[in-house]
Design a protein around this ligand. Structure first.
Ligand code: FUC
Length: 819
């Protein structure tokens, strides 16, 4: 169970005194009523309004979202709709004659003329359209100017309850207590803000709905304003509706403003829709965005309390699947406002292990809020929350790590349905990806391919230039997600549906792998995302043959697809072909410094950028499974050496990946060290290529904000507690994928006692685990589908059969006990 450590009243008063003293706001020590005490495991709370966007609090329903600033006399709700993109499809982005240069480039590389090969790649294997015209953008702002009584503001507090997905703001102005509650409901497809006061007739405000880009606003009723427009490029039409329903008082709309006067309470309802449709054959152009009008009508006719309770039930259906207790620590650290709590954690992390539990659950909250089973597109670099028109890196899907990282926690942390928009997006890339494959690899090239970037408009072409633009490993990496969804859920019908997509990626690579000088299969031209190498003679390039990451991805793709054929009992010949090719791929190589080699040559130690954030060549360790700590110890040792050489530094997402790597190396203390560094407070907003941290609202800092770091880190926490990537072959069931379920494989010393329930393992198993004094106390494993597996704890492994729909309980020595 979640440890709901309620602070004592004196703790709250203490924190309150401190927060008001720090911010020089008048003190009132009888501030917070006992029933509204924040739970440190599931609440973010603050003693002053957000000035900066990275202090505001996110709400979302998988499509619509808002950042809540929590102002007093002025409030800003910055709005997003996940489909609001500028630009449009780029059918002409591929270079149709790219493939005519392929043989020459491969030859230059074989001859060691890497610098010339890079030039050739930049001229001929890049895209011919401007990728940067398509950007994820804000939907706009709702701004409020409230009329408050004189006398100043006291007893201010704003918070986000992530166990209910409700944000609120509360303060006293004069002698009146004002409260606003904000939620974004998926069932009603609406953002709702309820405004109340403890004295009738006290709610008066003006409200504006705006977008600084040619938006047109008009009142369609005295209480309803609609904003319509198109984004730059004119490919996307949007419509947002806002209505304010009051009890008492008056509402009128004029001069672009909605004015409420003297209401007892007021409820704002906001809906939005766009013309976007994820359909390549239609040029991503759907019908006019009319749904928002009907959604507004239905939602705003309902009673707020009913909408609120339906919303909470709907959200908790997912959220409550997993509970995590890492202990409550010492002192009052956990009971401080969240920004202060982060600073205290930096100074004394041991005092507040519950912050990691809050960060874990916050990541799950964010995933549920930005990616729902019916989301029109998947979570982007900022999930759903982005301000302005120039979102960093276009707010795209960067598919050389970042997009995939977004979805690492989906399956293990009980949010499998949230994976769906990504799985659909991957399949939507097959058609444009076929064109990219033939353009750059020849008219007869089978299958489909993608490069380093993708977006909602079906971009599959390479990017502008090396070291990032010319890299073709992402189709295999994306297919890993298709397979993983099956590995966790055991849904064979789903697997049958996605198999053609996986097969297409395999066909591409079966045709495009080349034989290395050692007779092994490798890729060429081959790069390692965004990095360069320096040969022994000092030549700098980013393209060679046989870089590790692409090989590892193709190995994983072939292995997963061969397993798919076996599981579905189909395509036996193709399966054998895949297995044979997989076994001919050049295995990971260990270099002269004991490192896992990143490139086709042993050049890692020549690097002039040893701390480079991408550690792509460890793909086989994570998220792949070609390298395991116990199965391939020599390669695992090489990964460890590489990680030490590369240091623990990095951007937010880079640190997050390293947490996963160290967990896979079964070193929980090192994993926690990096997690602790990732939680270091920062307000850095500029782009920095190292120095990740965490913003006051617990968004991950690349910097700037990039949500993959949130998701990657919580995947790492799950990996510390439960792993299931290791397959074993059962001679009596060779076509089945069976897994070793590893309990507490990387438990750090600083989390001696705790529990987790509801984590998911591959093979269709759910795990509740409790530990005490650093040792397993008990584990209950449940399998809705039924499972045959091995369970490992430390050095001991036992075989287990869990009948369909039932549970088994193991004690600390892995003995079966009765339930
Ligand atoms: C890759 C990374 C950057 C950033 C960007 C979105 O280019 O190397 O650090 O995360 O994606």
């Amino acid at each position: 169970m979640i440890n709901r450590i309620l602070p004592t009243f004196s703790q709250i008063c203490l924190a309150t005194i401190c927060m008001f003293a720090c911010n020089e706001i008048p003190v009132n020590t009888s501030a917070v009523a006992a029933d509204t005490m924040p739970s440190p495991n599931t609440t973010l709370w603050y003693s002053k309004p957000a000035d900066l966007w990275i202090e505001a609090l996110p709400v979302g329903n998988g499509r619509l979202g808002a950042m809540v600033f929590g102002g007093t006399d002025k409030e800003r709700l910055q709005l997003n709709d996940i489909t609001v993109w500028s630009g449009g499809p780029n059918p002409g982005a591929d270079r149709p004659d790219g493939h005519t240069h392929l043989a020459d480039i491969r030859k230059l590389i074989r001859d060691g003329r890497f610098d010339e090969a890079e030039k050739q790649c930049n001229q001929n294997m890049t895209c011919k359209a401007n990728y940067d015209v398509s950007k994820y953008q804000t939907l706009g702002d709702l701004s409020f100017a409230f009329r408050l009584p004189a006398g100043g503001v006291t007893q201010y507090r704003r918070r986000l309850d992530i166990a209910q997905a409700v944000a609120d703001v509360e303060f006293k102005a004069g002698d009146i207590t004002f409260r606003r509650e904000i939620l974004c409901t998926a069932p009603e497809k609406a953002l709702v803000q309820r405004m109340t006061a403890d004295k009738p007739g006290s709610i008066s405000f003006e409200m504006n709905l705006t977008r600084d880009d040619k938006a047109h606003t008009e009142f369609v009723a005295p209480d309803t304003v609609v904003m319509t427009g198109t984004t730059a490029g004119d490919k996307l039409r949007y419509a947002a509706y806002a209505r304010v329903v009051t009890k008492g008082g008056t509402v009128r709309g004029e001069n672009g403003k909605l004015t409420v006067e003297g209401a007892d309470e007021a409820t704002l309802w906001l809906t939005a829709s766009t013309s976007y449709v994820m359909d390549y054959s239609k040029g991503y152009q759907g019908a006019d965005p009319t749904e928002a009008a009907a959604q507004l009508k239905t939602a705003s006719a309902k009673a707020y309390d009913e909408v609120r309770s339906t919303h909470i039930r709907d959200f908790q259906r997912y959220f409550q699947r997993v509970a995590l207790d890492l202990g409550s620590g010492t002192g009052d650290a956990a009971h401080q406002p969240t920004d202060q709590r982060l600073r205290s954690f930096r100074d004394n992390p041991k005092a507040d292990p519950a912050l990691a539990a809050l960060f874990f659950q916050y990541g799950r909250y964010l995933l549920i809020s930005c990616s729902r089973p019916d989301s029109p597109v998947p979570a982007n670099l900022q999930g759903l929350w982005a301000d302005g028109f120039n979102t960093p890196w276009n707010g795209d899907y960067t598919i050389n790590i970042n997009f995939q990282m977004n979805y690492w926690p989906a399956e293990p942390t009980g949010l499998s349905e949230m994976h769906q928009p990504m799985l659909r997006h991957i399949q939507s890339l097959v058609e444009p990806g076929k064109k990219t494959a033939t353009a750059y690899f020849g008219p007869d090239t089978p299958g489909w391919v993608t490069a380093a970037k993708s977006n909602v408009w079906g971009w599959t072409s390479p990017g502008a230039k090396l070291p990032w633009g010319v890299w073709f490993g992402s189709n295999g990496w994306l297919c890993q997600h298709l397979w993983e969804h099956y590995a966790f859920t055991r849904d064979k019908e789903y697997l049958r549906n996605v198999y053609p997509t996986m097969k297409g990626a395999c066909e591409f690579w079966l045709a495009e792998l080349v034989e290395g000088t050692d007779g092994k299969l490798i890729t060429s031209p081959s790069s390692s995302p965004e990095n360069f190498f320096w040969t022994d003679s000092g030549m700098r390039s980013s393209v060679c043959e046989g870089a590790e990451m692409e090989k590892a991805i193709v190995w994983d793709l072939f292995d997963n697809t061969a397993l798919t054929c076996g599981v579905l009992g189909i395509d036996a010949d193709f399966r054998r072909k895949l297995e044979a090719a997989r076994d001919r791929i050049r295995p990971p190589q260990v270099g002269k410094a004991g490192q896992l080699m990143e490139w086709g040559g042993d050049w890692d130690m020549n690097s002039r950028d040893m701390k480079h954030r991408h550690v792509s060549h460890l793909y086989g360790l994570h998220p792949g499974r070609q390298i395991t700590a116990l199965g391939t110890p020599a390669l695992a040792a090489a990964c460890r050496t590489t990680l030490q050489q590369r240091t623990d530094d990095g951007t937010g997402w880079s640190k997050a990946w390293k947490i996963n790597f160290w967990a896979r190396l079964r070193d929980g203390d090192h994993a926690l060290k990096i997690l602790t560094e990732q939680l270091r407070p920062t307000t850095q907003l500029k782009v920095v290529m190292s120095d990740g941290g965490t913003y006051p609202n617990l968004f991950d800092a690349h910097p700037p904000f990039q949500i993959d770091g949130n998701f990657g880190a919580i995947s790492g926490i799950a990996e510390m507690l439960l792993q299931s990537h290791e397959l074993y072959r059962d001679p009596s069931a060779l076509t089945e994928d069976r897994y070793i379920i590893d309990l507490l494989p990387a438990l750090p010393g600083a989390w001696p006692t705790g529990s987790v329930s509801g984590l998911r393992a591959r093979g269709g198993v759910q795990a509740d685990i409790a530990w005490k004094d650093g040792k397993l106390a008990s584990a209950t494993l449940t399998s809705p589908s039924g499972a045959i597996c091995k369970v490992r704890m430390g050095n001991k492994t036992v075989d287990l059969k869990i009948p369909k729909g039932s549970s088994v309980r193991l004690d600390g020595s892995l003995n079966l006990t009765r339930l």
